[in-house]
Design a protein around this ligand. Sequence first.
Ligand code: LLP
Length: 416
Amino acid sequence: MHHFQYRHGRLYGEDVPVETIVQDVGTPVYIYSRATLTHHFQVFDGAFSHIPHLTCYSVKANSNVAILALLGSLGGGVDIVSGGELFRARRAGIPPAKIVYSGVGKTREEIDYALSEDILMFNIESRQELEAISQRAQALGCTARIALRVNPDVDPKSHPYITTGMEKNKFGIRVDEAIESYRHATRLPHIKVVGIDCHIGSQLTEIQPFVDALKRLRILMERLHALGIPIHYLDLGGGLGITYADEAPPHPVEYAEAILKEMNGLSCTLIFEPGRVIVGNAGILVTRVLYTKSTPTKHFVIVDAGMNDLIRPSLYGAYHHIQPVVPSEREQETVDVVGPICESGDFLARERTLPRLVPRDLLAVMSAGAYGFSMASNYNSRPRPAEILVDGKTYHVIRRRETWDDLVRLENIPLM
Ligand code: LLP
């Protein structure tokens, strides 16, 4: 469900015509819908309303502070993976008691920052990281609440680049090493074991891998309990998929039912780290056609957004639905929609059937709210797009378009 629909032959974001936004801020532009974000968060969070839980939105999916503030106002916490994400979350007013910190490469500086903020817990990914956090907590005279991120070795059956919970992946601690690591952690005076964590991958479209992971964690929790190591928080990570093309991922309510069934009376607070399912379909990327050209084998539509703005098609061969902002009756053509970047891998869609396009037409790249802007770069010295949050009949610029000055702002020509 989302609020990007046609009305009177024009695409709207909630009650605002996309063309109006484009007239004001230009293209390419990311447009998000407040109503969709709110709905997605409330459906997910509401699915667990009858049990103790915390929904910690995964900042990496879309880290704009306005979006973090919105989700925070709905009661959300956050899952962070860097000091930068912690800074954003705090800037957006997320309370430290609702922040969990994952990631395999936390630096000393980042650990100190998170300790000084007294976040809810660190999701620890290796023995060395445990030692590092223990040492920093000792040096700062505080206690770090921790969970171990366990790698349950289940296949989430999604793209290999976004699979994280298999033995061959770099994430987490092996299940059979976990008990020993927990034992060790309980002996560290500045460490307080509070939880267990896993995240098996992203864009999952089946429930079973989540259930399999939970089964393995349950067994581990029972063993820990028997050893007198109580687990208060069970963090199941994120990963619930969305519909980009014709996938039929489980509805959050179905997901919740499966999880709760598998919990089977286990008493602890559940933590979730959803990213994509909250923001993915709550955002679009609007781009303008610059030129069209044909070769004997291809029709190209060259647009003003490229892989630097939305890298998912180039990086993962990901599918994003593309639709004209103003649909036309022109005949259909099969085209590659490509960007201006000097790379053959710079495309938004390949072999896509669309009504014939001409220069200045506007296209909406759908489902671009997650891992869109947050993975954007300045490659080819292209300023990153503006971000807009639509709210009913109004809209807000939540990040202005970068300028050419912004591109060189941090650079310096030394006197030589
Ligand atoms: N928690 C952890 C520890 C994660 O690593 C991730 C995503 C999430 C939560 C959120 O997962 P989600 O609910 O969004 O699936 N750039 C890729 C996705 C990489 C996901 C990385 N980790 C893409 O564009 O598909």
